[in-house]
Design a protein. Sequence first.
Length: 486
Amino acid sequence: MATDRYGNTLHDCTPEGAAHLDRAVEALLFFRPEVTTAVEDALAASPRSPDAQAFAAYLGVLGTEHTAAAAARARFERQSAGRDTAALPARERLHLAAAGACLAGDLHGAGDLLEELSLAHPRDALALFAGHQLDFLTGDAVRLRDRIGGALSAWGRADEHRGPLLGMYAFGLEEAGHYRRAEEAGLAAVERHPRDVWAVHAVTHTYEMQGRVAEGVAFLDGRAGDWARGNYLTVHNWWHYALYALEAGAEETALRVYDAAVHHEESAGLAMELLDAAALLWRLRLAGREEPDRWARLADAWAARADPPFYAFNDAHAVMAYVGAGRIGKAEELVADRRRWLAEGAGERGRRTPSNHVMTAEIGLPVCEALVAHGRGDHAAVVELLWPVRRRLQVFGGSHAQRDAVQRTLLESALAAGEHDRARLLLSERDGLRPDSPYNWLGRARLADAIGDAALAAVARERAADAAKGLGPTAPGLGPVPSPPL
């Protein structure tokens, strides 16, 4: 019987199919596009392989593309027809159950099943990767950390793929607030595999969350040849670069990155890339900079997708695009559609509620409504909608850095609505995490202006200027977009 490179027995799998699965897992761990071809090759060689079938199902879901998920669900149902899963070994039985849960929209249940699988089989890299991504999509920072941390002891220091596991662990540590430890783990992973773009991404997050902009820029500049092209995280890591540029006050650099790497004529229109584009333009909008042409092109791209209710985090960014483009009616149509969907599903009984139902009801809908209110200039409504959910935004997925667009929306509306006490509290919270952030100090200056404290406003602006020293257009990478060219 065939086994994979980690020693796991592969049921109904030929040696050729096992080799393709090993190749697919390797590509998956490093976010290489050839993962899709490798999985198809595995299925062609071993069409009854539970590992190959589950792998294809995970790929159909983890990109949050509803069309890919629908196609994967139809194929998985055909492959599963007539199969006695009870006769399978436990590991592969759990893989098929987790894949089925994913395709049914039960992301939380799938994560539970994969955690059970990893308990007995901590060297199943596919289960660890898929579970890690599900933890990210559901915003479960503790499990994002502990799923990998609990398996690491089964991977020896000499194991070739301990590196990408360290990269995953680094991201979990960062999202759980262990920034220094996350940086250590992420840098160790990058040292092992310079092209481990998820580890690069994890380290980038640690610098972002601490406001260490200059170090973040230097880190990405020094490794641009490893992360800046040819992988599934290319757009997202360039988005992080643009965030650094915005924090440094280099808006033109951020826009050059946007046009060259984040959203342009050749963009594929994938949800995860479009949401990065929306989040970047939304931050510029909050700073008072309108980009009508860019917003219009982005709103067109979202509208062309015609997404049904599938992933609430995507919905929020589609609404950002519509509001940014001045298409308030289109944004309201999306919100109304999600309200109808929630009402239609309220009476369902006898099966587990899809994860997106909970995400939309608890967080997605209030956030979308707040974004529409912001577009209408109703800042009091924005505060009323976002204040109760501001500490629970993780429920609808994403990272701290991604969700900060919503947190900034609340802060900006609190300032605009004259909610001075709330704005003070929000700024105080931000200061504790990023004491050197120019954005935070400028917010404090605006609050001081609003309450008539000229002395405090002057001090805050001076602190903002000090924080921005060395981060301007002459800093490494923040003049021309860094090489290699995009």
